[in-house]
Design a protein around this ligand. Structure first.
Ligand code: ADP
Ligand code: MG
Length: 695
């Protein structure tokens, strides 16, 4: 059997010296297999010659003719103009960049063919910098018998080079040397081509192939690759799951009495959904295997409490638990809630963020290390190197979609270093994840859904309004404050991705609103303020001592003030749908009718108009997430945006959603009957470290 192409270096190809090899490596290509997985992103038809007289402006075409003349023209820009003729007409080829040697290649009387875009004006039919092939004495064009591939260009590697390299690599490609990792019976069942056929045809498609199907990714050739990739990801998740199943955790059995007592003290009872999910968590914690549970529930459904119950139980046993929140404000708010809930039971609650003052921070670090602090609330600061836990048994991640790969990874490492026991993990998200997707991409996690809001919540009424009517909005705000005794959020959105500018804008709005709403008190909160000031402002707002809070998008997640029932969002067109939904979820948290005013700046793009319309029409987080998925793509919605890389090379979670059920249905077959294939699939497709993404 021939060497598998994954073992053959690209350096064996003609034309690959150390320089090219290095450039190929930079785009992830070192073996012939890598090269063959580098697929064209579009194709051209160079199978037939077009007559010059029939060309249309803007069209891309192949022409063939005899060189009539060649001259250097000195107009606005110096250019080389070469006239060629076929039987129908005359055309000119124009080059603005050329060397003497290139000029000399145009020999009058010889034949050339050119492929490029046609430009037609009153004076001439021309092609500017087309691809030129000199045919010397031959009097016939070279026509391609397949579609011509165009590869993603990369610095220092030309199209021609990639064409020639793939041409060579395809010659090596036999039925046995590009390792087929999907079992034959599965390919037959799903009607998929073999890997080598798929690769060969995608590099050099026959002329009669359905190009539309290929370019939209619907063609079986593409679907096969997407399927293989999704399968690999799914198998990797399953592997992580079984890896965890072998680990040991400290089983936590609930002390029923204190659990019931705590619940009875709350001013409300748990919703059915909260009760169900709490039971699932309680059940998980009693096991010796680590809990790996994802809790999904729309904004305002009461996830914090669902996490607080097991944390209380862990603390009661003298053990530690930590909850990591994505922003300082949210961590601080959790800190306040947890203190209220648990300090009277003698449980030490502690805050740790990176913006705390040094002495307070030291104090927290000391209490965490000594084990005095039982419930720790913080930002990602809780997983930095200086933090030493004494006996960490439960980790809660709030709003997990806001964390990048690195943060989740360091969390895992931190937990693992401690001792042989793994902490239980509870991961919370407001991002609805379609079930098929969660079972494939989050296959390592058990899923609980809180599909119910506390009773009495009224849907938020949303209005879209032009910022030319700012005065009207301000009087509406004044009315809410004076007549209804309500509190108001005024959100300033990100300008040019700069936190500093955003804060400046918020300060200006703060000045302006303080003046126009006097004597009512206005507060300001943004990401550049120190931790104490932020806490102070949030406390005042919560206590009702501020009528209006000007905020940047830092309040997006989790902030909870029940009496705030009006939110104004400036320039909502700058934000994604899910972010708007999260923001808007800051109101409508009590029993009051709440309102949201989306104050846009005209003119709106069509896309923005459409998005704001969605916000107006629905408060259903699930529908909004689906729209978001349509508009922005899965990578963004799942929070891989922060990592700057896409999750998949070929698969597209939206387009290939229908494949997910097939992936699940056949995963067992591969994992059980072909375990060596499962291992190789993961090695081929799941980038090193990437498998930790969902941990
Ligand atoms: P989220 O799921 O968005 O994190 P929170 O946990 O912040 O939601 O809860 C939102 C608000 O609902 C909080 O004020 C919380 O105290 C309140 N809440 C939680 N559970 C209930 C319930 N069962 N009945 C009434 N209010 C509740
Ligand atoms: Mg929350």
């Amino acid at each position: 059997m021939a060497n598998p192409l994954s073992q053959v270096s690209v350096s064996t190809l003609k034309g690959v010296g150390p320089k090219i090899a290095e450039k190929l490596l930079a785009i992830g290509i070192s073996s012939l297999e890598d090269l063959l997985f580098h697929l064209p992103f579009k194709y051209q038809d160079r199978s037939k010659v077009s007559a010059i007289s029939g060309l249309m402006h803007g069209q891309t075409a192949l022409i063939f003719g005899q060189i009539e003349s060649t001259n250097i023209q000195f107009g606005k820009r110096r250019s080389l103009v070469c006239k060629i003729s076929d039987e129908s007409d005359l055309a000119e080829i124009r080059l603005f960049y050329f060397s003497a040697a290139q000029k000399n290649q145009f020999v009058v009387g010889e034949f050339v063919q050119c492929y490029g875009q046609v430009s037609i004006n009153r004076h001439a039919v021309s092609m500017i910098h087309p691809e030129i092939t000199f045919l010397r004495e031959k009097e016939a064009p070279i026509l391609e018998r397949q579609l011509h591939p165009i590869y993603a260009a990369s610095e220092g590697i030309q199209q021609r080079t990639l064409f020639s390299l793939t041409e060579q690599a395809l010659k090596f490609l036999g039925p046995n040397n590009l390792t087929e990792l999907l079992p034959k019976e599965l390919l037959a069942k799903l009607g998929f081509p073999s890997l080598s056929d798929a690769i060969r045809l995608l590099h050099r498609p026959p002329l009669d192939i359905s190009l539309a199907a290929i370019q939209s990714g619907q063609h079986p050739l593409m679907q096969r690759l997407a399927f293989e990739e999704l399968m690999a990801q799914h198998l990797a998740m399953k592997r992580i799951k079984s890896h965890y199943a072998k680990r040991l955790s400290k089983p936590i059995n609930y002390d029923k009495k204190s659990h019931e007592h705590f619940l009875s003290q709350l001013p409300f009872s748990l919703t059915n959904a909260q009760q169900r999910v709490s039971k699932e968590v309680e059940f998980d914690l009693a096991k010796e295997q680590p809990m790996m549970r994802l809790v999904q529930g729309d904004v305002g459904c009461g996830k914090t409490l669902v996490a607080a119950l097991p944390m209380y139980q862990v603390a009661l046993q003298g053990l530690q638990c930590v909850m990591m929140a994505p922003t300082e404000i949210l961590a601080e708010q959790h800190y306040i809630s947890f203190k209220n809930w648990f300090e009277s039971f003698g449980i030490e609650v502690c805050l740790l963020t990176s913006k705390m003052k040094a002495p307070e921070r030291r104090e927290s670090l000391k209490n965490i290390e000594s084990g005095k602090a039982k419930i720790i609330l913080g930002t990602h600061a809780v997983f930095q190197a200086q933090v030493v836990f004494s006996n960490l048994r439960l980790v809660v991640i709030d709003e997990q979609h806001r964390f990048g790969v690195e943060q989740r990874k360091s969390l895992l490492e931190k937990s693992a270093n401690q001792d042989a026991l793994y902490p239980h993990q509870l991961i919370m998200t407001a991002t609805p994840i379609p079930r098929t997707l969660s079972q494939t991409i989050y296959a390592d996690l058990d899923l609980s859904v809180i599909d119910e809001l506390p009773p009495g919540r009224m849907p938020i009424e949303t209005t879209v309004i032009n910022d030319a009517q700012r005065d009207k909005v301000i009087s509406r705000v004044r009315q809410a404050i004076e007549k209804d005794h309500r509190q108001v959020y005024w959100v300033c959105t990100l300008i040019d991705e700069s936190e500093e500018l955003e804060c400046q804008a918020a300060e200006a709005v703060f000045e302006q609103l303080s003046a126009s709403l006097a004597p009512h008190k206005v507060g300001l909160i943004h990401g550049r303020m120190n931790s104490n000031d932020k806490q102070q402002i949030m406390r005042l707002f919560k206590q009702g001592k501020l009528a209006l809070l000007v905020a940047t998008t830092v309040i997006e997640v989790g902030v909870d003030v029940a009496n705030a029932s009006l939110m104004v969002i400036e320039n909502p067109e700058r934000l994604g749908l899910s972010q708007l939904h999260q923001l808007r979820g800051r109101v409508g948290r009590g029993q009051l009718q709440s309102y949201c005013l989306l104050m846009y700046h005209a003119p709106l793009s069509n896309n923005a108009k459409q998005r704001l319309e969605v916000m107006k029409e629905t408060v259903d987080g699930f529908k909004i997430a689906e729209k978001d998925l349509e508009i922005r793509g899965a990578g963004e919605v799942l929070g891989t945006r922060q990592t700057g890389e896409t999750l998949f090379r070929f698969a597209d979670l939206l387009r290939d959603n229908h494949l997910l059920a097939k992936v699940q249905a056949n995963a067992e077959l591969i994992a059980n009957s072909h375990p060596h294939l499962a291992k190789q699939l993961i090695e081929r497709w799941v980038k090193k470290g990437q498998e930790l993404v969902r941990v």
